[in-house]
Ligand binder design. Structure first.
Ligand code: 6PG
Length: 244
């Protein structure tokens, strides 16, 4: 059975991409706070979302969300200390947390610990902090190989159905990662996939042409309980014949 393609928003350039994604994030967040008193948001790492995070701290947008009611989580983390240049927490601290007028509640993955311990600790934290329904929003980037969070093609972590968080050694990076597993990433009311740059055009074409086919890439294994939306820029969408 071929699944219908989820909503795909194509924006002309990265600033427009970050703006559109920011508006959607703020809309989801305000609704979560109004309806349930908190916004449980899992952040993406890597380079792409930095522009979105920085935009959220601008005077025009920062006041659009009651950040004191925001509970921030991480979709994955590198197995490094929080001050390490590879740390997703450091990237989020520098692009978002250091500049927000009001501090959210931040649940950091302890990358400084042995990876298995960091995964076990974060799993325990999610069990106590996350509502039964899961996240309100999971923000994800997309790797050129189709990975999401730190779920890479061919990894056993993709088959994990019991553990909410696992430690995974990534051979091609020769490094350990801590990552939420698919059941946890899928336990959310909304997913936003943020894809920018010509180097993502091939994987985006593959995913959008390949819907429902065999040998899915990690991103194609996403089956969120709620809504999945793609926010992509024109460079990433250059192979896509699609009108928003
Ligand atoms: C990470 C991210 C990872 C990222 C993709 C895309 O820890 O690196 O969680 O999944 O979203 O690798 O990364 P870029 O945005 O840097 O292209």
């Amino acid at each position: 059975m071929t699944r219908a393609a989820p909503p795909l928003h194509i924006l002309p350039d990265p600033p427009a991409l970050f703006r559109a994604a920011a508006e959607r994030l703020l809309e989801i967040g305000a609704q979560a706070i109004a309806e349930r008193g908190a916004f449980h948001l899992a952040l993406a790492g890597g380079a792409t979302p930095q522009g979105l995070y920085a935009l959220l701290t601008t005077p025009e947008l920062a006041g659009r969300l009651d950040w004191a009611q925001v509970r921030l989580y991480f979709g994955d983390e590198r197995s490094v200390a929080p001050e390490h240049s590879d740390s997703n927490y450091r990237m989020v601290r520098e692009s978002l947390l250091d500049t927000l007028p009001t501090a959210p509640q931040v649940h950091r993955i302890s990358g400084e610990l042995p990876p298995e311990q960091a995964a076990a600790d974060y799993a325990a934290l999610l069990r106590t902090q996350l509502p039964q329904e899961g996240f309100d929003l999971v923000l994800l980037g997309l790797g050129p190989d189709g990975h999401i969070a730190s779920l890479f093609p061919g990894s056993d972590a993709l088959n994990q159905r019991k553990q909410p968080v696992v430690a995974d050694y990534v051979p091609k990076l020769d490094s350990w990662r801590i990552t939420l597993t698919l059941p946890t990433l899928n336990k959310t009311r909304h997913v936003i996939l943020l894809v920018s740059g010509a180097h993502k055009a091939d994987v985006l074409r593959h995913v959008l042409r390949n819907i429902g086919h065999a040998n899915p890439l990690p991103v194609e294994m996403l089956r969120p309980a709620g809504e999945l939306e793609w926010f992509v820029d024109a460079d990433a969408a250059r192979h896509i014949e699609h009108k928003d």
